[in-house]
Design a protein around this ligand. Structure first.
Ligand code: ADP
Ligand code: ADP
Length: 207
């Protein structure tokens, strides 16, 4: 679903990604783990077409949706209104399938997004991404600022979507434990390079 080959991205003279290769297959859950400044956001922005590669290539097949870092909800709008903004090209704005998938959102549907807790907002951001019925989801820093129990709930939802619909996920995380627990494979990104990759079991063992 996602193929990144020998990707190099620069900001002026500074190289943010240096020959990065990674892939996410159909129905796979893959993690990209790295500290601040590793180049994770640069990769996300390149996947979304906001940045151009200096070298290498990026290809995405199937519908991709992004759950952005920081959630980026419209604070004055309700949960339901925020969900409808996720409809593919503004079509099919029926939100009921998302409430079926994420039942904890239903009682919040008329609340303003800006008034919700961080965990609730993250759930709305996930729901908005699911509105476009994606085949692959890129999730940028899902766990940032959230309580472990909330993160575990989000992880359960992703496992369920993966198991029942074959939703593929690229999980971009600083939290290595969460990433290795949820995903079957992982890449470690440091200073713009992939410094380790393999199954989560192998990477967890090599800590
Ligand atoms: P991460 O998301 O892993 O924290 P980033 O992709 O934001 O990392 O940043 C990777 C590198 O590129 C860092 O050295 C950062 O300082 C640099 N960088 C990011 N955005 C810009 C920009 N707009 N202009 C110049 N340098 C940038
Ligand atoms: P075009 O206008 O370029 O011919 P469309 O906009 O009709 O193409 O559709 C582009 C893709 O988006 C198709 O794969 C279609 O199945 C999908 N699509 C269209 N509407 C929706 C929707 N409401 N929800 C999800 N996918 C949609």
């Amino acid at each position: 679903m996602i193929d990144v080959e020998e990707l190099t991205v620069r900001y002026g003279a500074a190289t943010a990604l240096d020959g990065v290769s990674l892939s996410v297959g159909r129905g796979e859950m893959v993690a990209l783990i790295g500290p601040n400044g590793a180049g994770k956001s640069t990769l996300v922005n390149t996947l979304c077409g906001l940045l151009k590669p200096a070298a290498g290539r990026v290809s995405v097949s199937g519908r991709l949706a992004l759950v952005p870092e920081g959630r980026h909800l419209f604070a004055p709008l309700t949960v339901d209104e925020n969900l409808r903004l996720g409809a593919w090209r503004g079509r099919d704005r029926d939100t009921s399938p998302v409430y079926r998938l994420l039942p904890s959102l239903e009682p919040l549907r008329h609340r303003r997004a800006g008034r919700l807790s961080g965990g609730e907002q993250q759930m709305v951001a996930l729901g908005r991404a699911l509105m476009s019925r994606p085949e692959v989801l890129v999730i940028d820093e899902m766990s940032l600022g959230l309580a472990p129990l909330v993160v575990a709930g989000l992880a359960d939802h992703l496992r369920e979507r993966n198991a029942t619909e074959g939703l593929a996920v690229l999980l971009i995380e600083q939290n290595a434990r969460l990433a290795l627990d949820l995903c079957t494979r992982a890449y470690v990104l440091e200073a713009g390079r992939v410094t380790a990759s393999g199954t989560s079991a192998a990477l967890a063992g090599s800590d």
